[in-house]
Design a protein around this ligand. Structure first.
Ligand SMILES: Cc1cc2nc3c(=O)[nH]c(=O)nc-3n(C[C@H](O)[C@H](O)[C@H](O)COP(=O)(O)OP(=O)(O)OC[C@H]3O[C@@H](n4cnc5c(N)ncnc54)[C@H](O)[C@@H]3O)c2cc1C
Length: 487
């Protein structure tokens, strides 16, 4: 029996498949599309996602900076320029431009190389579960068939089937605006509005590309789409853009057209027994701030190692920490996108509020607060990257986590640890002073336990290893240490 069946091989499903395959979990992905579709949607990886992907080797982080040094990327809040997103210099640039299609391709190649089975052209049509496992009905090129797995993950996006088929409930808020998205050729790209452009009639967001197709988005605040599913035409996009901008924005040759809105939905639980949800299947919201894919990728890196640990004997309650940790983060994103949308209202009555927020963005603590919120760096407990010497070689914490296994780093002044089966123990020398001497690190980079120099906390370490990885230590006596609870 497949151990984990993933419905949906979009970017989130493929990252999860690669995570599971890395840990030797028998993984099958069902994906209706025969190949990756180049949708002009997500193109921004925010800091915590960048940091997470660096801990698997998708991206490299140069840790040769002193702790405390920071680097900054420019971003926007509610279409207002002036938001900086900053992060530790040891993690690399806080924002990385990567299309969601390219992320999907990288992750799919990695998942296949590591042994995952990817069935393209296969669509889940029904799902259920019993004490033995999760069961799916699938429509493939050869007709309908049934497949079972120990766990099923619905990563089948906003319009997927798993959520409803498996009985998940959700909190929703209906749409209030009508948004259009197109990849088109702009006939006069030099004079098309670039970036985020607000008028009294709505918003035009353009990324003019003189050499090829440009992404064009419009937000019309007069009300939601009368028919969300009606196919969008180039004429409608073009007329809406002209009306909102107040002059012609000539365009032709659409290669992608779609409607979206500020509709939001957040499932009330991420796990129902043997079925779990990740990515847009669990949460959808207005896409301002480029947060949706980032949420989903972090769902995948949070869930992968937990599923692997449970399949290898850790207590099933570990899977409940997936909901406990990820649901509040998505709720906060839904909330901040609604706040941004309120600020984006084209009504001139909102102008003084926008001016005030622009002033506030001039204050470093405000930029830091909002930047950490948008980039998910406000999630506690992530161990910053650091440069280490291990067996005469310079490496980093991020690199040591590439294998995706629980990691105990013991610095020169750290106490000798007990034997912890399943935990990789690395003895290292820090190249810069660090606030800990021993650190037990989860595969997703979050701290499970740490102790400063001179403290031997065998009991706390053993308890944390058991709690997070199902590890049973051989021996132990306890002093004081720092056990980091679910975040
Ligand atoms: C205009 C716009 C701009 C955006 N910009 C950003 C951004 O800058 N940054 C950001 O982080 N996010 C952004 N987003 C959000 C981002 O696109 C989504 O959050 C992201 O696509 C979610 O990935 P996913 O893998 O969960 O879902 P999807 O990308 O929707 O993938 C789901 C997959 O499941 C498959 N599937 C569907 N039904 C089934 C089924 N029954 N069985 C099996 N498979 C199925 C689909 O074919 C698809 O491949 C934007 C969204 C929009 C609309």
């Amino acid at each position: 029996m497949t151990e984990v069946l993933i419905a949906g091989g979009g970017p989130v499903g493929m990252v999860l498949a690669a995570e599971l395959a890395l840990l030797g979990v028998g993984t099958t992905v069902l994906e209706p599309n025969l190949s990756t579709v180049d949708v002009p949607k997500a193109g921004t990886l925010h800091a915590r996602t960048v940091q997470s992907l660096a801990r698997r080797g998708y991206l490299r982080a140069d840790a040769g900076h002193p702790p405390g040094a920071r680097v900054t990327s420019r971003f926007h809040f509610a279409g207002l320029s002036g938001l900086d997103i900053s992060g530790p210099a040891t993690e690399g640039t806080p924002i990385v431009g990567l299309s969601q299609a390219d992320l999907e391709r990288h992750a799919e190649a990695r998942a296949r190389r590591l042994g995952a089975t990817i069935h393209r052209g296969h669509r889940l049509t029904a799902a259920g579960q019993d004490a033995d496992g999760a069961h799916a009905t699938v429509l493939g090129p050869g007709g309908e068939y049934r497949i079972s797995a120990r766990y099923l993950v619905g990563a089948d996006g906003a319009r997927g089937v798993t959520r409803e088929a498996a009985g998940f409930t959700a909190e929703t808020q209906g749409p209030t605006i009508a948004a259009l998205l197109g990849a088109v050729r702009l006939l006069d790209p030099a004079h098309a509005p670039a970036g985020w452009h607000r008028t009294e009639r709505g918003w035009f967001v353009g990324n003019p590309n003189p050499y090829g197709h440009s992404r064009v988005i419009t937000f019309d605040f007069t009300g939601p789409h009368p028919d969300r599913r009606a196919p969008l035409t180039l004429d409608e996009l073009s007329a809406t853009a002209d009306r909102i901008v107040g002059r012609p924005v000539p365009m032709t040759d659409a290669v992608f057209l779609s409607r979206f809105s500020d509709y939001s939905r957040l499932v009330t639980e991420y796990r129902r027994g043997r079925v779990l949800l990740a990515g847009d299947a669990a949460h959808v919201h207005f896409p301002v701030g480029g947060q949706g894919l980032n949420l989903g990728v972090q769902d995948a890196v949070n869930l992968g190692w937990k599923l692997a640990a449970v399949l290898r004997g850790a207590d099933e309650s570990l899977l409940d920490t997936y909901h406990a940790e990820r649901h509040p983060v998505a709720a906060r994103v839904v909330h901040n996108t609604r706040a941004q949308l309120a600020l984006m209202n084209p009504d001139p009555a909102v102008d003084p509020l926008r001016d005030l927020v622009t002033e506030l963005l001039g204050l470093e603590p405000v930029r830091r607060h909002l930047g950490d919120m948008i980039s998910d760096q406000e999630i506690d407990g992530f161990l910053p990257n650091a440069s280490l010497r291990v067996n005469g070689r310079t490496t980093t914490i991020a690199e040591l986590l590439w294998p995706g296994r629980p990691l105990l780093v013991v610095l020169d002044d750290g106490a000798r640890p007990p034997d912890l089966p399943g935990v990789e123990v690395v003895h290292a020398t820090a190249t810069h002073p660090l606030p800990w001497a021993s650190a037990l690190i989860r595969p997703d980079g979050y701290l499970a336990w740490s102790a400063p120099s001179g403290v031997r906390d065998t009991e706390g370490l053993s308890a944390a290893a058991h709690r997070w990885f199902g590890t049973k230590a051989e021996s132990g006596t306890g002093l004081c240490g720092h056990d980091v609870r679910a975040r």
